[in-house]
Design a protein around this ligand. Sequence first.
Ligand code: ASP
Length: 344
Amino acid sequence: MNKTDSDKNTAAGGKKKIALVTTGGTIAQRVDSEVGGAVPALTGEEILKTVPKLKEYADFTVVPVVNIDSRDMNFQIYCKLAHKLKKLSRDGGIDAIVILHGTDTMEETAFFLNQVIKAEKPIAITGAMRSASERDADGPRNLIDTVRVLLTPYALNGNIMVVMNGNIINGLAVTKVDSSNIDAFNGGKHGVLGIIDEFHVTWYNKPININTFKIPQRFPKVDIVLAYPGASGNLIKASVRDGAKGIVIVGYGAGNVSKQLFRTIRSVLKNKKDFIFLISTRSPEGNILPVYAGEGGAVDLEKLGVVLGGSLNPTKSRILLMLCLCSSYPKSRIISIFQKSEIF
Ligand code: ASP
């Protein structure tokens, strides 16, 4: 698939109505010299005013959800956002939806939304790496790019996409890979769905759609614990004591941990048969595979009842595990969900 649309073609037939759903992030921040850094500052309406060119493409209606730095995102806000999107999807006066979001946890929100919503209208998330105080802020360009993407016919593909720095990326696969460069996002081995330049929006790929879960109403605690040489297992014990229902262990390579962590996991499972341990990896790419045997190897972790986490990264694994637990899925179903190849 390699399809290109010029803006003139896509805007034909009258202006579309786009909902601008705002949650904050750097795109809505300015540097406050009194506190010495960027803080939430702009409303959706104010952001629109700073990008007058947007009027050439569509009419906008602002739908505020929160105005926070995305470091403060949580499941309650994800659900509020998901319900808003469902409502906007049913609104006959809205043709497409842009979500403004901080970049730090954008991938988690994108992953969550794609698990609970199949986009019935074109929907994309964007943000900025540079705040509105900077002369070369990337927010305005990202916002225009996103609107242009949403006006192409291929944007209605069921996926809630991320548009950043001229790339259209599958919302299930997107990851923030750079903490400071404006080219901060990619889709890993899944690549990009398309690109945006001054003249065209060009689509290369179609995303896979998954909408497996209902929007949850409760949020079981799932923690993430990193494996590193010398890790004692105390963090696992603390998480269990603190009421976690599951832990994503970020192991080495294809899903291995030290003897020490293995023994801690074994002792927890001895007393709490329903507790879910899921093994993920510190490697940015690749699958969890039962290759290595012995205490700590993925072969023995699997025998112990640890779920092998497929190729999702730890933070996405945590969200997927929480959704499974919200739905009270038995462990056998959780295993098959994580092993399904179409989830990546
Ligand atoms: N800390 C910001 C946020 O995630 C970073 C950004 O948006 O680029 O809200």
